[in-house]
Design a protein around this ligand. Structure first.
Ligand code: BES
Ligand code: ZN
Length: 980
């Protein structure tokens, strides 16, 4: 990934001012329109209705000086991107062909520019292309008046509920919340009161807002000038998580009113909302912890609020707590005052304007270390026994915060930033403004037990969540359909920052794997466009999938045309290349695993604007990269001279797969003769593409195996990882299909290719990070499949460790291989479980849990899954990882599916339907099926559940994956018999 060019070109100031804050007209929501018609090259409008990045909340109201500062900060963000990106326009020539059709060789700088184009693209879109058409017109933008006849639903008390839509009305907007909460960590309940200052945009008698599972006892309304607090009737409509506070008199346009609501509820026993966590302290005594996870739509279960990202407001939070505990929230603490015996109240400073999903608070007994940087105090918090593992996180956060501030040219706007290790968290981390919460394993680094991989992932998670403090928190997508604006940017910045500050971590290789994974998902029919229409909370939760995080992170210059093709169309293109002398014909089509006859016409009409890149034998260095914008179904590229070989998608900077037809042979020969003529990323890309094409039936598996024949000379991590990944997929399917003989022949082939490499690995933590990662991967693979004497060495090390009662330290990079071998014996497994319960290192525990879940003893597997669901011995946050490991093994894969079926209600209750965890559980527990019987079984199971379950994207994906597996076997089994 390349840095943005530093050139700064000033933009007209009004561009940003106009763009960001104008009211928007009703325009067609492209995301809602399935792309079933051809995208003509000149059909260029990309104007999703709600894709603007928001800086302020809805509606117009007066700003005070502070607000204005924040607003202009956010403008600056747009500005700094515009400045950086405008300079790129001058480089448009990169994609221009010379008159004879060939591409001139661009300069290094120009190519640097090419490779970052997508980022620029997105940035441009944020600032220019999402403007409503009317922005620059004299009339400006006005909302059209629609008279819609609505059928009102019934509230819980039998009266008509005065609002029928899932989205809140926009006639009332919140300006400020005063929130007082009193959680009780003994009764595990909480009471609260919220005062919301609202502004009236259109005259109304009702204030509709969100509330979920709250027992509301009283609601009042006070007008701004008036001193009279009037009791208000309130109606509840739980299906939409809404309440309506009915005003005793009309609420007048432009006026402010205060709604005051008193309520109580239980601390949630899911991972969502204001939830409780139990953990053991240093003396193994059970303790309680309360924390929040509001994104995307759970703030409403902690306090009544306008729970949509566009309704930004300021927050003043007060928490009453036991004097022995401590609290944290987004803002620094202002004061602590006594309330009653043993209870005190913490009051936090008023926040910036922010969306409800970013509000957070934690009540617990934590310790921290802190450091001041650029006028902000950065602190890392953990439970006391983990305090010795927080130093790396503090150093890394400070470095990253400084980097982002310099890069965005906007200071981090709060006086403090807390990073908190939470003992039980469903996701990896959550970017709450000023109070980022992390899973312990995503924040803590233990010098003895954390591997090279662990260090990389802790760095990546911090880099990602810190990027959100700008992308997401300061500027926010208006609605969840454009979640990719939040997550896509944070993901891009995560990798970009890591390459800049921690080049030794080689995060570009992980980025490559991330793209490979996203493509697997995106190649299914059940995939969705990056920007999709979503309404229900399940749909909103489902937006958090790989595609919102990854797709579009590369692109080209004709932004407006290009973006439409990548954001509104699902899937990605397959580019077929045919070379005849100097003439290269390229054509594009939709890449699809399964072509459904009913989709033939629509699939054929897909068209992307693809910034092709290529290198040739005449000059294969990065600076020789050529570029060509393929914006038609097919095109001809004429090279200046005939070449021996040509390789497209240089370093896999583009989101497409290439089929070389006859030319695969040339590339296979090249790898055999001189594989270093191509970069490691290009080699990984070729391996990935040919195996994908073989799966599709477009290329033979024989060629794919021929291509990897060079692997015994390979020493780079990226191509080895990709080859092992592809071969493991095939091995796993063969094994589950009952083709054991064939599977073991495949394993011999793998040994022939990688055996020497495995033998060369030392059982230490020595070497560069990339080598260490490769070692972990190769040895864990070898020990899992019992090849190359891996288990003998690992078992010896395990026994020494057992004999020392776990006191000698094992090299962290090979720890997983050692534990996996050790857990094969019953005694070893029991010992490992005992050590798991007492270990204080999350890094060590996660390696232990994976090893425990890889036993062949089915009773132990069932025990593990059940206990993780209960959450006492093994935390429920580990369950999806356990299911993932169990479902890969031959003894476990049917058990995992049975477990999911039997516990479906409990699982969806705990993790929420549509959540990333449920998506993973569905995907893992069904991914190994390759028979029609299993296909029927999975289909009928989900059909027997609620409609919401059977309609989940992840269910459709699972069904398609099984169909693909069946097809794969039908296509390739006979060939494999011959080949192996
Ligand atoms: N905003 C997300 C956390 C989130 C995910 C909240 C899904 C609600 C639903 C956060 O920024 C995130 O992306 N976390 C990732 C880790 C990151 C390094 C990719 C996660 O939790 O896996
Ligand atoms: Zn994120």
């Amino acid at each position: 990934m390349q840095p943005f060019p530093a050139d700064q070109i000033q933009l007209p100031r009004n561009m940003i001012e106009n763009s960001m804050f104008e009211e928007e007209p009703d325009v067609v929501d492209l995301a809602k329109e399935p792309c079933l018609h051809p995208l003509e090259p000149d059909e260029v409008e990309y104007e999703p209705r709600s894709s603007r990045l928001l800086v302020r909340g809805l509606g117009e109201h007066e700003m005070d000086d502070d607000e204005e500062d924040y607003e202009s900060s956010a403008k600056l963000l747009g500005m700094s991107f515009m400045n950086r990106s405008s300079s790129l326009r001058n480089n448009m020539s990169v994609y221009r062909q010379s008159s004879n059709g060939s591409c001139s060789l661009p300069s290094t700088r120009t190519m640097v520019v090419c490779t970052v184009i997508l980022v620029i693209t997105v940035a441009l879109i944020m600032v220019i292309y999402l403007l409503p058409k009317c922005t620059f017109t004299k009339e400006g933008c006005h909302k059209r008046n629609h008279t819609i006849e609505l059928i009102y639903p019934l509230a819980t008390n039998g009266k008509l509920f005065p609002w029928a839509k899932v989205r809140l009305p926009s006639d009332v907007v919140p300006l400020h919340y005063d929130l007082v909460l009193q959680p009780n960590l003994t009764t595990l309940k909480f009471s609260g009161s919220v005062k919301i200052v609202v502004n009236i945009i259109h005259v109304t008698w009702k204030i509709v807002l969100h509330s979920s599972g709250l027992n509301i006892t009283k609601a009042t309304i006070t007008s701004a000038g008036g001193h009279q607090e009037k009791l208000a009737e309130f109606l509840e409509y739980p299906l939409h998580d809404q309440i309506a506070v009915m005003a005793p008199e009309a609420l007048l346009v432009g006026q402010n009113y205060t709604v005051n609501i008193a309520y109580s509820s239980k601390l949630s026993d899911t991972y969502y909302g204001f939830y409780k966590i139990s953990y053991k302290d240093e003396n193994l005594k059970q303790r309680w912890f309360a924390a929040t996870q509001f994104e995307p739509v759970a703030a409403r279960s902690a306090f009544p609020c306008f729970d949509e990202p566009a309704f930004k407001a300021t927050f003043l939070i007060k928490i009453k707590r036991d004097e022995k505990l401590s609290t944290m929230s987004n803002m620094p603490k202002k004061a602590t005052t006594p309330v009653t015996n043993g209870i005190v109240q913490d009051e936090f400073f008023v926040s910036l304007k922010m969306s409800t999903y970013l509000v957070a608070f934690v009540v617990a007994d934590l310790k921290n270390i802190s450091r001041e940087t650029n006028e902000s105090l950065v602190s890392v918090y953990a439970i006391p026994q983990h305090l010795n593992q927080v130093e790396y996180a503090l150093n890394t956060s400070v470095k990253l915060l400084e980097f982002y501030q310099n890069y965005f040219l906007i200071n981090y706007p709060l006086e403090k930033l807390d990073l908190v290790a939470i003992p039980d968290l469903q996701s990896g981390a959550m970017e709450n403004w000023g109070l980022i919460t992390f899973r312990e394993s995503a924040l803590l680094l233990d010098s003895h037990t954390s591997s090279a991989r662990d260090k990389k992932s802790v760095t990546a998670v911090i880099a990602h969540e810190l990027a959100h403090q700008w992308f997401g928190n300061l500027v926010t997508m208006e609605w969840w359909n454009d979640l990719w604006l939040n997550e896509g940017f944070a993901t891009f910045m995560e990798y970009f920052a890591m390459e800049e500050i921690f080049p030794e971590l080689h995060s570009d290789e992980d980025f490559l794997n991330l793209i490979f994974k996203a493509m697997m998902k995106d190649s299914l029919n059940s995939s969705h466009p990056v920007s999709s229409a979503v309404q229900s909370s399940e749909q909103i939760e489902e937006m958090f999938d790989a595609l919102s995080y990854i797709k579009i992170t590369n692109g080209t210059l004709d932004v407006k045309k290009l973006m439409k093709t990548w954001i509104v169309q699902k899937g990605f293109p397959l580019v077929t290349v045919v070379r005849k002398g100097k003439i290269i014909s390229v054509k594009q089509e939709k890449y699809l695993y399964l072509v459904e006859p009913e989709n033939w016409t629509s699939d054929a009409s897909y068209l992307w604007h693809i910034p092709l890149t290529y290198i040739t034998s005449s000059c294969n260095f990065t600076y020789c990269t050529n570029a060509y914008l393929l914006d038609q179904k097919s095109a001809i590229i004429e090279l200046p001279e005939e070449v021996e070989w040509i390789k497209f998608n240089v370093d896999m900077n583009g989101y497409y797969i290439v089929h070389y037809g006859e030319d695969w042979k040339t590339l296979i020969d090249l790898l055999k003769k001189k594989h270093t003529a191509l970069s490691p990323k290009d080699r990984a890309n070729l391996i990935n593409n040919i195996f994908n094409l073989a799966g599709l039936g477009k290329e033979s598996l024989e060629k794919a195996f021929e291509l990897i024949d060079y692997l015994n000379k390979e020493s780079s991590t990226a191509p080895l990882t990709q080859a092992l990944f592809q071969l493991s997929l095939i091995y796993n399917l063969l094994e589950k299909k009952g083709e054991q003989q064939l599977a073991s022949r495949l394993m011999h082939r793998i040994e022939r290719l990688l055996g020497d490499k495995i033998d060369q690995q030392s059982w230490t933590d020595d070497g560069a990070l990339s080598q260490r990662e490769l070692r972990s991967m190769l040895l864990a693979f070898a020990c899992t499949h019992d090849i190359r004497n891996c288990r003998t060495t690992a078992t010896e090390m395990f026994e020494k460790w057992v004999n020392s009662n776990g006191t000698i330290s094992l090299p962290s990079d090979v720890m997983k291989a050692v534990f996996t071998a050790g857990a094969k014996s019953s005694d070893g497994w029991d010992f490992l479980l005992k050590m798991y319960s007492s270990s204080v290192s999350e890094a060590e525990k996660s390696k232990m849990i994976e090893a425990l879940a890889s036993t062949d003893d089915v009773r132990k597997l069932i025990w593990l899954m059940q206990n993780s669901l209960e959450g006492e011995v093994i935390r429920t946050q580990e369950l999806s990882h356990i299911i993932a490991t169990v479902s890969q093994s031959l003894p476990g894969y049917l058990l995992a599916w049975d477990f999911v079926k039997e516990n479906w209600e409990k699982l969806t209750q705990k993790f929420h339907l549509g959540s990333y965890t449920i998506q993973n559980i569905i995907s893992w527990s069904t991914s190994q099926f390759a028979t029609k019987a299993h296909l029927m079984e999975v289909k009928s199971f989900f059909e027997s559940k609620s409609e919401q379950s059977s309609q989940l994207h992840s269910v459709k994906e699972a069904i398609e994956t099984i169909q693909f597996n069946i097809q794969w076997m039908e296509r390739n089994l006979a060939m494999l018999q011959e080949l192996l």
